[in-house]
Design a protein around this ligand. Structure first.
Ligand code: IPM
Ligand code: MG
Length: 357
């Protein structure tokens, strides 16, 4: 029996999370596990209901669970709120910090059926299989912020800092992942300009000595942004700081066909958090158009990383891959000759594949 906290959030979050739950339930029935789902408020929905985007009760429910499944948060409705009440800064960042989730894993894998869905050329992306490991509780996102009046305007400051300890733990984690993959680690920084990046590079260089079986390389972030679309197959594991990881993973999602395909796992504390890498997509919310696969694949990561259920995780991934092979696509991936499916239908298709495995 596993306890899962369920935080649908805002926008398409409320449509995609139920599809991931259906997949987990199907896996539970097939492999004899019981999941207890406890839903809690987060983001704009929580602000509207109780006046805060991360109610104490929600945090409590998360801490008492084996894992957290999150949809998406935010939307134009809450953009004008004071910054500490906005869904991103008021809920998502504190949730990551409170749960100690310093490692964010974003695997970019191209399902064979989706080679044509991307805006990138087939020969560039066919066979892509990389993972970005993003530091998630440090850097610019959490540094001191300030505004002061100066002559003729305002001056705003965000502090960017990283300690050896913070760098070491994420980089060590990335090395362990590389050991289970193709033994290649690329550390991404901006050491030609930024001091934290120089410390980052020095720290990686030291750690590399402990992992002689892994081929270590360093790359500047601007170059990495270019290499990701020029020749993504050169990468196995990429490790980088918070902000660079945020930017590079949106870019890398295009290697999978659509950002609607990119799952994520945030781990490092006692309770892991699993969410799609995309946002709440207010423009398509409530229309049964959202791609639930990133969330369903995040549920697979939940099984793998928080519950240690590898076979069950693979069952979900195989089911997703078969649904794609059978030609079903949500609007973000639709192409000629494929069958259009809505959010709920896509979830049902995955469930029936899980059952027939
Ligand atoms: C992500 C998102 C978040 C981030 C936003 C919603 C705060 O873009 O998970 O990548 O920047 O970390
Ligand atoms: Mg992002």
């Amino acid at each position: 029996m596993y306890k899962i906290a369920v935080l649908p959030g805002d926008g398409i979050g409320v449509e995609i999370v139920p599809e991931a739950i259906k997949a987990l339930q199907a896996v539970g029935e097939k492999y004899n596990h019981q999941f207890e789902f406890t839903e809690a408020l987060v983001g704009g929905a929580a602000y509207d209901a109780v006046g805060h985007p991360l109610p104490a009760e929600t945090l409590q429910i998360c801490k008492q669970s084996d894992a957290v499944l999150l949809g998406a948060i935010g939307g134009p409705k809450w953009e004008q709120l004071p910054v500490h009440l906005r869904p991103e800064v008021g809920a998502l960042l504190p949730l990551r910090k409170e749960l100690g989730l310093y490692a964010n894993l974003r695997p970019c894998f191209l399902f064979p059926g989706l080679t044509h869905a991307s805006t990138l050329k087939e020969e560039v992306i066919a066979g892509v299989d990389l993972i970005v490991i993003r530091e998630l509780t440090g850097g610019l996102y959490f540094g001191e912020k300030n505004r002061e009046k100066i002559d003729g305007g305002v001056k705003a400051t965000d502090i960017l800092s990283y300690s050896t300890y913070e760098i070491e733990r994420i980089v060590r984690y990335a090395y362990e992942v590389a050991r289970k993959r193709n033994h290649k680690l690329c550390s991404v920084d901006k050491a030609n300009v930024i001091e934290t990046s120089r410390l980052w590079r020095e720290t990686v260089t030291e750690l590399a000595k402990e992992y002689p079986d892994v081929e270590t390389s360093h790359m500047y972030v601007d170059n990495c942004a270019m290499q990701l679309i020029r020749n993504p197959k050169q990468f196995d594991v990429i490790v980088t700081e918070n902000m660079f990881g945020d930017i590079l993973t949106d870019e890398a999602s295009m290697l999978t066909g659509s950002i609607g395909m990119l799952p994520s796992a945030s781990i490092g504390g006692e309770v892991g958090l699993y969410e799609p890498s995309h946002g709440s997509a207010p423009d398509i919310a409530g229309q049964n158009k959202a791609n639930p696969l990133a969330t369903i694949l995040s549920a697979a990561m939940l099984l793998r990383y928080s519950l240690n259920l590898e076979k069950e995780a693979r069952a979900i991934e195989t089911a997703v891959s078969r649904v794609i092979e059978n030609g079903y696509r949500t609007p973000d991936l639709i192409e000629e000759g494929c069958r259009l499916a809505g959010t709920a239908e896509m979830g049902d298709l995955v469930v029936s594949q899980i059952k027939s495995l």
